[in-house]
Design a protein around this ligand. Sequence first.
Ligand code: BGC
Length: 723
Amino acid sequence: MKLSGGSARVNALMAQMSLGEKLGQISMLADGLVETGPPGPHNPFNMIVDGRVGSLLNVWGAHLVREAQRRAVEESRLGVPLFFGLDVVHGHKSIHPVPIAEAGSFDRQLWEATARDSAIEAMADGVHMTFAPMIDVARDARWGRIVETAGEDPLVNAEFGRARVRGYQARDEKGIMRLAACAKHFCAYGAVVSGRDYAEADVSWRGLEEIYLPPFRACVDEGVAAIMPAFIDVAGMAMTGHKRLLRDMLRARWRFDGLIVSDYNAIAELINHGVAADAPEAAALALNAGVDIDMMSDAYFNGLPIALERGLVSMDEIDMAVRRVLNFKEQIGLFDDPYRNMAPSASKEEIPKTLAPERRALSRQAAQRSIVLLKNEGALLPLKAPRSLAVLGPLADAPNDQLGPWASAGDGQDAVTILAGLRETYAQADVRFAKGAPFEGRDEDELEAARKALAGADAIILCIGESRMMSGEALSRTKPEIPAGQLELARMALESGAPVVLAINSGRPLVLPDWLVEGAHAILAAWHAGTEAGPALAAILSGACNPSARLAITWPRTTGQMPLFYGLRPSGRPHDPQNTWTTGYYDCPFDPCWSFGQGLSYTRFARANLRVDRDALDLDDLVSVSVDVTNIGTCEGVETIFLFSRDPVAQVTRPMLELRDFTKVALRQGETRTVVFVVKVRDLCYLDEDRKPRLDDGAIQFHVGASARREDLERIDVVIAQG
Ligand code: BGC
């Protein structure tokens, strides 16, 4: 979006505005339908009439937004309409899998489609901006917000971000973007030390350039409407006042001309960071760095008049931010139609309670494509016709928890649970259920009920993991594990002798004890898969759907390995289990429990004929890397192929693998298809010591295959020979 100009209407408005009205426009307050931060002292509804607020967050529903808008348009002096923002992160009413799960579909079209559907639902509820996508590369499962990300890889986050922006911002019949996207949190929030939320991040310029910034660059290139700076400080610079990154990089170098919206109360928190003495200083720091909107802190409204007096900011800077907000409102059509999507007579009762079937169907499809099969010993799955099933665990019948955190207006009443899904799928079987354990702690009666339920069962479906309240913002965990009471239930299930299908429901990779990984016959990362999690999991267990998802994040063996990810740089003493003097751990294997990209199918695939169309390349060349993929199993299925590269000799150390592309290929039994990746040689450049892109003459390796594990990859080399 281009927001720095100004139409005649906006210019005329600006000319009439008092300082207070201008500061109102750049202040966003929460209404509090949901709480996403410490409640403020405000009652924004009463402040609208005074022109004291320009946008509201955490409010939706035609009846409510209409009333707020009426006050702004009909009762405030200048009648400037409000816009409404909300965290529509993985669905609005129809809830899709949490992002860390949906990322594992590696399906750009799906990422876009679920965002488009969320936008349709949110728009119908009067919402104009979503605070999404979150594209913070994250590698430490202790951090609760890992659930909101697309995982550990910069390219996956970049592609996920692009698809989301396209989906949210798709135009309606009038040619207006349905839902403005706000990419967050700029930047390196995922690198908070020890996975502790709101902590500092110490990231080198190389880390920023190569890992944390590319997803934001991708969203800017895709035309994202807004960016939210992170709460945190990066290498000592508080992001909400980071002039170099916000103004010099984002605005000047990348030419981002959309809105910069602070995080919740983040401007006032500059005082806690120790970079501003009071609200005027904090407000000046943020405004001068380019932050247009103050979310929730009132530092702009109360602090900027004083900052002006002190000469810390100029009226021009304030006007620039106000102009952007007004231009945004104009471009999303609010001046022409302030009640857009707020039907005049809409009341709570008139808003349809049931979800549209086509959106439910998409949620189901998204869940099916996000649930990862990690183990399937003796081809236990699919479970064709069990006579009896014991369904155990606190997540088997947990409609609210399966929605996961940040479930927007999602309602557990709309959710179909795993138990319900299994009962429908296995209508002929005796499906018994016992919770067996609470999320945390233990319950002897529950355990006893589970003991009874599993007696004589043909198979046990064990649904354990995290409640929705165990991951998300402010929910970092030092032990991202399955709580002891649930493990006791798992042990009882394994000891029964019946085959156990372990469905881990969580918002993050969980550390599992070895006995559970070894003892369970089948294991699935079922995540928090949303409204249709139940039917989706049941379809996978029964074989109606062949699983195709992969892990977008490494699952460590133990918490002490975190942060663990595939893109490590080579050590001078590479890991060798036979040699003490090499990198690794004394008390734990080097490799993870499951690597990035892992995930099984009910069929098997083979790759052959890895080839390149040319093997000597110059900087401006394109090179095609191709491989033939064959379905050599017994049913149709979808395979994911990753293309990584490695620069084995450069002026600086380069990661052992860098993801360059990924694709999916659907194959019938016996079918072969050729997957072709086209790579721009220039994209293989790295930044040298002077931060200049560089590629040296010599070999570049391409590694192609099914995951980041060595054994899943084949390699082919090309030679760079620059003329
Ligand atoms: C979160 C943001 C979110 C905002 C508004 C903050 O606490 O960090 O991601 O968009 O609240 O709900």
